[in-house]
Design a protein around this ligand. Structure first.
Ligand code: BMA
Length: 329
């Protein structure tokens, strides 16, 4: 039988759990951003305390498997005067040699997405992630799951995000369409419209961007989460992938008909929020001289599981691209 066109877990256990967070006894550590800098893997962990307060904690690894977690949460500076309850689900992008972070902000006016730059001291070992300086908000709309592209497209910066438009039964408002917005200066963002929508009745009814897109010769490879909401009171969070046109990322070239990762392990099926795999960080083992990820490069996906722990799954870039083109069965 040929190798599966899905993400394959590295082992049966979570990669990171609350025991890995020094000096705290948090309820969960999940939904990490990820990036490779100078051969090291950096994560920004979402750590939730027993008071249901949220911290972002940098972590660093030589091999992408064993992580050293910072002693202190990341410090955020320069946010305009607004009432923020939580700052969470960081996505990490290296853009023009600057490490950028995009987070979701739960505020008294709904959810906003904030763009930050890593401004800590590289000598501290966390590629500057211990100090974040505010750059801008992704507009003034209720939105979540914003991710920056790792380079300009044409002459503009580009970002994917997921406007919140749908009220979940008893839960927060969510959304069923990923949009693209562009900017000349990373400060002012204009919406370029919808990139893709959810498929009602199937695995990806509600959707939202996962890690930042990866440039391949077959298009921007982008992982996203899909939520199946039709299981009575249980929502199931899964991962899928899409290829977007390199020059016009509002154009979908191919999209997985099946999910490529779904909750199956006990620690994905149970936890603070059951039945959740939430891909938020990805690293690629290799890029060619022109910055494209070759098909035999290994794509590692760091994901939140059940809003409690972090898992790691991988496959080749080529396998996930092939999954985008595979017919449903
Ligand atoms: C989403 C976000 C994520 C969370 C997921 C599952 O709407 O809030 O942060 O992991 O729900 O609870």
């Amino acid at each position: 039988m040929s190798a599966p066109l899905t993400l394959i877990r590295l082992g049966d256990s979570p990669l990171l759990t609350r025991e890995h967070i020094p000096g705290m006894d948090p309820s969960g550590v999940f939904n990490p951003g990820a990036v490779r800098v100078d051969g090291k893997t950096l994560l920004m962990l979402r750590v939730q305390t027993r008071g249901r307060r949220t911290f972002c904690m940098p972590a660093v690894s030589e091999d992408g498997l064993g992580f050293k977690v910072a002693a202190e949460p990341a410090q955020f500076f320069g946010l305009p005067d607004m009432h923020v309850f939580h700052n969470y689900d960081a996505r990490l992008t290296m853009l023009e040699d600057q490490l950028m972070v995009v987070t979701a902000l739960d505020t008294d006016k709904g959810c906003r997405c904030a763009i930050w730059k890593a401004a800590g001291h590289p000598a501290n070992g966390f590629a500057g992630l211990e100090r974040l300086e505010f750059i801008s908000l992704a507009g003034d709309q209720d939105t979540r799951n914003a991710v920056l592209f790792p380079e300009k497209i044409g002459d503009q910066y580009a970002m994917l995000h997921r406007p919140n438009q749908t009220a979940l039964d008893g839960g927060p408002i969510s959304g069923s369409a990923i949009h693209c917005c562009v900017s000349d200066d990373l400060l002012n963002w204009q919406d370029r419209g919808e990139v893709m929508g959810g498929h009602f009745h199937f695995w990806d009814e509600l959707i939202g961007s996962g890690p930042p897109p990866i440039k391949t010769r077959g298009g921007w490879l982008h992982l996203y989460h899909g939520v199946a909401t039709h299981f009575q009171s249980t929502n199931i969070y899964q991962a899928g992938a899409v290829l977007l046109d390199l020059d016009d990322p509002t154009r979908v070239l191919a999209r997985t008909q099946n999910n490529i990762l779904e909750p199956r392990q006990s620690w994905e099926l149970t936890g603070q929020v059951p039945n959740v795999v939430f891909p938020s960080g990805a690293t690629c083992s290799d890029t060619d001289r022109e910055g494209f990820a070759p098909e035999d490069a290994i794509l590692r996906v760091y994901y939140g599981a059940a809003d409690t722990v972090i898992g790691l799954a991988e496959n080749t870039v080529g396998a996930i691209m092939a999954a985008c083109h595979q017919e449903s069965f």
